[in-house]
Design a protein around this ligand. Structure first.
Ligand SMILES: *Cc1c(COP(=O)(O)O)cnc(C)c1O
Length: 407
């Protein structure tokens, strides 16, 4: 006899009448995942407006989870509007694609995050958008390159890899004087070292756009890719938001949850990374193997006085990131062996996570302009994690003793 199969109430599994009681409250906000979002009625569907976040219309346009992170990032950076994108690089690209068109020109600091230059040399060039690289340490060089076609100026403080800290307020003033939008890649400052929208701390001067790789400190885990674009101008925000929507740049709610989970400790972690990094950078200054330490908070480093003005005398904060130039007498093979010989430091890109990282860079091939302020030799960048600074120093010592003997 065939057993009669009881048909489950599949509809009841989907349209169940149970509604959990309202009023749940806990340290972390809920994670709302959606592509489809329900409208209470057709009339509501026709009325709901996603552009001002007054309603929900589709997962790509935001959920309570993404809106919550966006508002908290505005608080972190002192801005008023925020957009989330799938990576820090996507933040840079979205700003460029939203604001530039054929015939326009973008100016990029010569020491900028490399992939931002690659975007200019690739897609932007293909779209008939030109670019120039300017010397971030010379505001007159920026002024000389500003022209009638300049629509956007990128700023970075300090520059990726070689860590020169520019006179950020002066560069912003030069852009404002010409009425050109300026966008800061604020990944290093993270909204903690200095306020990007209030550089003089009197409400008079700020960047127009702050792009931030949340991948770094806000995530803090080395396990999430995300970026944000913060502004203080509703019209500018809307322009970027429309482009963002048309490009379909959504972020996953679980990734947003991870950043929301880490965000409450970002200031504590940033300060801890900073303290260890400074101790190790100062140690490198005493090492004969090292011809230059590039950390903007150390006296003598390129742009130290500008760091002092913007950060030092206010927050005294810097990211846990610095580079050293190993003496030119070492071969590339010796530098590679030094990096390989580290045990706690892993070899990898990115930064802001718990694990310390090391990466050698071929500086000469990365730069178009004068790098006379940098000594010759091989540049090695360190991202300092949350391990004991003493043990990190011992690790550097053991590998240097093996591979960087002074002869
Ligand atoms: C890492 C980084 C980015 C890009 O972030 P991703 O999330 O890795 O795409 C952009 N700018 C700077 C300065 C960075 O360090």
């Amino acid at each position: 006899m065939i057993k009669k199969h009881v048909v489950p109430d599949v509809t009841g599994l989907i349209h169940h009448p149970y509604v959990p009681p309202a009023g749940f409250a806990a340290p972390q906000p809920g994670v709302f995942k959606a592509s489809t979002v329900y409208f209470p009625s057709v009339a509501a569907m026709r009325q709901f407006e996603w552009k001002d976040k007054s309603a929900y219309t589709y997962g790509l346009h935001g959920t309570p989870t993404t809106y919550t992170l966006e508002e908290r990032l505005c608080a972190l950076e002192g801005g008023q509007q925020c957009l989330l994108v799938p990576s820090g690089l996507a933040a840079l690209a979205t700003v460029a694609l939203a604001l530039l068109q054929t015939g326009d020109e973008v100016l990029i600091p010569d020491n900028a995050y490399g992939p931002n230059k690659a975007l200019a040399e690739g897609e932007l060039r293909r779209y008939g958008i030109t670019h120039q690289y300017y010397d971030p340490m010379n505001p007159d060089d920026l002024s000389a390159r500003l022209n009638a076609r300049t629509r956007l100026v990128w700023l970075e403080a300090p520059g990726s890899v070689s860590m020169e800290f520019p006179d950020l307020p002066e560069l912003v003033r030069r852009c404002k004087a010409q009425g050109v939008l300026c966008a800061l890649d604020n990944t290093w400052g993270a909204g903690l070292a200095f306020p990007p929208f209030d550089l003089l701390r009197d409400g008079r001067l700020g960047v127009d756009i702050s792009a931030h790789a949340l991948t770094k400190y806000p995530s803090g885990g080395g396990d999430v890719l995300m970026g944000s674009i913060v502004t203080c101008d509703a019209a500018l925000h809307l322009k970027i938001k429309l482009c963002h929507m048309r490009l379909g740049l959504g972020v996953g709610a679980n990734d947003v949850e991870a950043v929301l989970r880490s965000l409450p400790s970002v200031a504590l972690r940033y300060a801890a990374h900073d303290q260890s990094a400074r101790r190790l950078a100062v140690w490198w200054q005493t090492q004969a193997a090292c011809s230059q330490v590039l950390h903007p908070a150390l006296a003598g480093a390129p742009g130290h006085a500008h760091w002092q003005q913007l950060c030092g005398q206010h927050t005294d904060l810097a990211a846990g990131l610095f580079s050293v130039i190993l003496h030119a007498r070492y071969s590339l093979a010796q530098v590679d062996a030094f990096c390989d010989g580290l045990r706690l430091f892993k070899i990898g890109y990115s930064w802001g996570g718990p694990v310390s990282l090391v990466m050698p860079y071929a500086l000469q091939s990365m730069r178009k302009q004068n790098i006379g302020h940098l000594s010759s030799g091989t540049l090695v960048r360190f991202s300092i994690g949350l391990e004991s600074a003493e043990e990190l120093r011992a690790d550097l010592e053991q590998s240097a003793a093996l591979h960087l003997q002074t002869c």
